[in-house]
Design a protein around this ligand. Sequence first.
Ligand SMILES: C[S@@+](CC[C@H](N)C(=O)[O-])C[C@H]1O[C@@H](n2cnc3c(N)ncnc32)[C@H](O)[C@@H]1O
Length: 267
Amino acid sequence: MSTSEASLRDSAALQAIYYAAGIAFLALAKLKYLTQGYLTPKVVGADDVAGCVSYDRRIAQIFLQHVDVQGKRVLELGPGSDLGVGILLVQAGARGYVGVDRNPLVSERSAAVHAALGGVVEGVRYEVVPDFQFAAKLGQGEFDVIVSNAAFEHFDDVPDVARQLATVVKPGGKLSVHIDLKTHSRWIRDKDPANIYRYPGWLYRLFYFPGQPNRLRPADYRRAFTAAGWKNVRTSPVDRTSRVGTVHGAFDPSDMDQMTVLLEADR
Ligand SMILES: C[S@@+](CC[C@H](N)C(=O)[O-])C[C@H]1O[C@@H](n2cnc3c(N)ncnc32)[C@H](O)[C@@H]1O
């Protein structure tokens, strides 16, 4: 057998291993959700105060690179296990900050992170909205800027979120959100970042739980926001992979290397 035949066989064998392993990880993620609920909001554990503080500083810095928050009212969707980003944005000059989540992840355990960042100042608010119908709670035209990191890929109904955001933001408001399109389960996400895109819809849905990555691609986000009346809707790749492999026919392979994207739009 020639070297290229052998490496082809090895790579086909590897793809088959990742395919099977991915199904096991999908099952594990669902089992974890069923037994323990929504657990892992950050790559850093909620008890790692120094890790959370530096993570929050990094995310706030990323937001500030893309939007001007001076004197602005900021809405963050899916802030995760603490309000550190909100504290930092208000310290950077935002007039107010509301973090909205479906899951009540901010608790007494977040206090040490908040204290390390100077404490939850006036103007920082947290809203938990279990059905994620947040627009009714927030009111019309209340925000100038919408930010989010690694949360949109978990939303069950992105077109609905885009419509709700169109009502809570004021005309001229800006949206700047980072979306993590990569496979989320540890180990496999590094070996095979596009793993979740290998499966047909029916198989992926067997392992559905609220918060399971929705597998929407950049074009789906652009479509949803354009349809909701947002202007100048665009996505740009932030992180790419060279290990795409073969994805299911339902997905366009041409931009499958995009593993993190920045979605921006104007109201
Ligand atoms: C991976 S965490 C990201 C947290 C934080 N923004 C960060 O950068 O680490 C995902 C966020 O989306 C929220 N989320 C998960 N599933 C959701 C769903 N089905 N609907 C709305 N929000 C959801 C979580 O509660 C959490 O705040």
